[in-house]
Structure formats: C-alpha cells, structure tokens
Design a protein around this ligand. Structure first.
Ligand SMILES: CC(C)(COP(=O)(O)OP(=O)(O)OC[C@H]1O[C@@H](n2cnc3c(N)ncnc32)[C@H](O)[C@@H]1OP(=O)(O)O)[C@@H](O)C(=O)NCCC(=O)NCCS
Length: 288
C-alpha cells in the first residue's frame, strides 16, 4: 500500500475511475460530482485543498480530499474497507477536528468514521439522492420567444454568465469564465448534455448540465439553475426535461440528482419531484 499526493489532471481521471469502478446506487459520488466539484472550484481553492491517493499493486483503492480547514470527502473501494481508517487518519493529521459527509448506505465508511470517533450531526443540512427512469419522460415546453437548445463548445462566456445569473441568491456567484472553461474540458463533459433556455437577447436564463456515466447507464444532473426574474414559469422543468431526453438519446436508462433533503432549502427537491424524480438514500454529516 502506498499513499501519494494528487498530481494533476491524470490523477483526477484516476479518482473518477475509482468512483466509476466501485459505483452502485449506494454510492455518495457519481463521476459527475467529482468532475463538477473539482473543475468548477479548483482555481479558487487550490491553496486549501489537499488530495491523497492510496494505491495497492498499481491499482487505486482509495482517495481522500481535504478541503481545509475542516472537510473531508473520501472514496474507498468497498472490498478494501480497512483503507478507510488510513484516509481518515491522514485527514486528522491535517485537520484535528472536522467533518465528513457520506451517503447513509456507505456502511464501510460509517464503520470507519465511528471507529475514528466521528458521530452523526443530526442537525446538519443533508442531501437526498433522487432517481428517475428515462423510459417515460414528458416533453419540454418553453413560453413563446424563448429557445431550448444545448450549448456549443465555443460558448464558455455565455455559459458562465448563465450560471452566475442563476446562482447569485446568496451574494454574487464567484464562478468565473475560467472556472467554466475548466468544467467544459473535464471528462465526461459533453456539450450535447449541457442544456440552456436562451432569451431573445441571447442570454442563457436557465441551465441544466448532465454528466453521463456510460458504464452504469446513469447521468447525474448537476447543476441546474434559473435566473430569478424568469423563475416559476416552468423553465427549470423544461431545461431539465430537454437534457434528460438528450441523455436518453445518448444511451442512458436512468438519471440521478442530489438536492437538499432537509426543509431548509425545499425548492430544488420540489422542482425535481415535479419532473418525476423519486427520493432515495440521504447523506449524513459526521463530525469529530
Ligand atoms: C430551483 C430552481 C432551478 C427552480 O427553477 P424554476 O424555473 O423556477 O422552476 P419551475 O418554474 O420549472 O418549477 C417547477 C416546479 O418546481 C417546484 N418549485 C420550483 N421553485 C419552487 C419554489 N421556490 N418553492 C416551491 N416549489 C418550487 C414547483 O412544484 C414548480 O411548479 P409550480 O410552479 O407549478 O408550482 C430556481 O429556483 C433556481 O435556480 N434556484 C437557485 C439554484 C438552485 O437551487 N438550483 C437547484 C439545485 S441544484
């Protein structure tokens, strides 16, 4: 067993390969979560991120991603549960106290966290996995004057602006065009699965990005947004449905999405459930 530090884009792909190789409906992360979170945030957070990879006989069996000062994400091959203790010990050496969010069904991680002295924070916000079969999708509809289409690879600035317009309820979004350029060049990004509603002036006023895992036939919807002045007109539904139809055309059978499950932010799950997504397992924050 050997631990080494993260060393660039090839390692990101290795991390995603582990997520894909070990993925099941019981997994917290889809390859798209890793693609999105790492690509959209990397430029702004590189000074506070530490990432380590654990390899055995040339195969990646675990990785840990510490967002200092206090958060750990980890993926551990369920057939090597003992490695979770090493990942958690590595994190504790960087962050004596901290938190780690996992899916409640990841029993090998629950056991390792509890053995290391972590306990569930029952008051913390959480996310609930939702899933939809693509066999029976409604058709998307947008009001007259608005256009539903997918993004082109040369539209990085417009795509970045569309994201910022929807994601500024809590203060201006920090996501830059450079961040979006990173998103749009990270595997498995595909422009034909990145859908927008375009206003007559060319602005992207609603957006939905899907990441497709071809091995498991399932796409992850992440993220979705609608500019505040266009909300409650069905654009969130329409842009999602259009992206889901494209996902089905790409060969997928299912899609998933992970909105907040607690009552502190119910609008996102309300949107997905209005489309037909059904709730499943939830995340749990463990703290020490
Ligand atoms: C969540 C969001 C994408 C909804 O977009 P939208 O275009 O307003 O959604 P729609 O008009 O298609 O709404 C469809 C249904 O979703 C539900 N819904 C949407 N917004 C809601 C809200 N604020 N409160 C309660 N239910 C809501 C309703 O059931 C709605 O149907 P109705 O209007 O007939 O009641 C938008 O509020 C947004 O961008 N928020 C900030 C970013 C975000 O939270 N993204 C989702 C998390 S990944």
């Amino acid at each position: 067993m050997r631990r080494r530090d993260f060393d660039g884009p090839d390692d990101l792909r290795l991390m995603q390969d582990l997520v894909q190789r070990t993925w099941s409906p019981r997994s917290r992360l889809h390859i798209g979560d890793v693609a999105w979170e790492r690509s959209v945030n990397f430029h702004r957070h590189r000074d506070t991120w530490r990432t380590a990879l654990w390899e055995d006989n040339g195969q990646l069996v675990a990785w840990g991603w510490a967002e200092l000062p206090d958060h750990l994400s980890l993926v551990v091959d369920p057939v090597r549960p003992e490695v979770a203790a090493e990942v958690i010990a590595w994190f504790r050496s960087l962050a004596p106290s901290g938190a780690c969010s996992i899916l409640e069904s990841e029993t090998h991680l629950v056991a390792a966290l509890e053995a290391a002295g972590f306990h569930p924070d029952e008051e913390a916000p959480f996310f609930t996995h939702h899933r939809i079969s693509l066999s029976d999708l409604r058709s998307p509809v947008v009001p007259d004057g608005l256009t539903l289409r997918h993004v082109r690879p040369d539209e990085v600035e417009k795509r970045g602006a569309g994201h910022r317009a929807a994601w500024s309820d809590w203060g201006p979004s920090k996501v830059t065009d450079e961040d979006f350029a990173a998103v749009m060049t990270t595997w498995p990004y595909r422009p034909e699965l990145d859908w927008v509603v375009e206003a007559p002036n060319g602005d992207f006023v609603a957006t939905a990005l899907i990441w497709y895992d071809e091995v498991h036939g399932i796409g992850l919807v992440e993220p979705v947004g609608c500019a505040p002045e266009y909300r409650r007109r069905g654009l969130g539904q329409a842009v999602n449905l259009a992206a889901l139809h494209a996902l089905r055309e790409a060969g997928a059978t299912d899609a998933m999405v992970c909105p907040r499950g607690d009552d502190g932010y119910p609008q996102a799950r309300a949107l997905y459930q209005s489309i037909g997504f059904e709730p499943g397992a939830r995340t749990q924050l463990y703290v020490a």
